[in-house]
Design a protein around this ligand. Sequence first.
Ligand code: ADP
Ligand code: MG
Length: 343
Amino acid sequence: MTGPLLEVDGLTKHYPLVAGLFKTNVPAVRALENVSFSVAAGETFCIVGESGCGKSTLARLLMRLVDPTSGRVLVEGTDIAGLKRHELRACRRRMQMVFQDPYSSLNPRLTAGQIITEPVENFERLGRKQRNELAAELLSKVGLSPEMMHRLPSEMSGGQRQRLGIARALALEPSLIIADEAVSALDVSVQAQILNLLMDLQKKMGIAYIFISHDLGVVEHIGHRVAVMYLGRIVELASCETLFAKPVHPYTEALIAAAPVPDPTRVRSEVPLEGEVPSPVNPPSGCAFHPRCPLAIDRCRVELPPLVPMSDGRVVACHVRAPSATADMPLTSLGTSPLGSVA
Ligand code: ADP
Ligand code: MG
């Protein structure tokens, strides 16, 4: 395979507030707006941003659990929108999901062994011996003892349940795992163990991750590249090294300032940025971040900043820090940032 494992092209999702209407101009939650990126095999691509910025919506669109309003998702070059039911099933084998709360996503009446072998049994019938062997193998891959296969989820700790969720995701040997806040509910020490497990599995099996988190410390620890989202849009996308060395978008800067050290013993909370995230039903004009942005200029209130490539390979959507050359832009608005030009 030469192309990217996953390509996302102009992905947009609006949830109409009035059900069943196909009219335009019905008020809608603009959960995701024109999001594009690609993920290579074996890569950890992180998505960060405050709660409500569209991260889970993006994950659901990638798995085609919901249909996009517009835009495309290509898996190994194939548009998943065009897939027939059995093709989609085959495609889903390549992509698995791990959720924040394994307890609510695992059937409480099934044993651990039944839970993790179920994905395989959806495709082929297993005999009792085969099933036990598979369960033992999967459990040991995620660092659990084979005896655990007889336990119910309620008889396991939070960390053990998350390992179980990962074991189930591994059962079909996927090339991509989407982890949506997969460690966010865990104690910090358990969190570190699960992150190490994920990185270990990546090394051994070459799995790519889309790792969704509101926690930048975790992302810096695990990620190769990172997309920062604000109100449904990517505002900055860079390698983790580049982004954490010097954030360019004022929103990225604020997020990083709120979580400065990648210290696993420090308890982190949701980002204490000034002000509220505006409503995605009525997003601010121009750059959606402008009401909270210390650098906002007039242009930010009226014109949506495009993602502009910078010399270090990142892309940034910011009129002040990454001005795009347009004919009608007043030259005086350049370089008026109190912090000076970053580029
Ligand atoms: P995140 O995972 O970043 O917290 P979500 O993708 O869950 O964000 O939500 C993005 C926005 O879309 C939020 O405003 C949320 O309320 C809204 N939303 C999510 N799912 C639905 C839905 N099924 N119907 C209507 N609005 C939704
Ligand atoms: Mg979410």
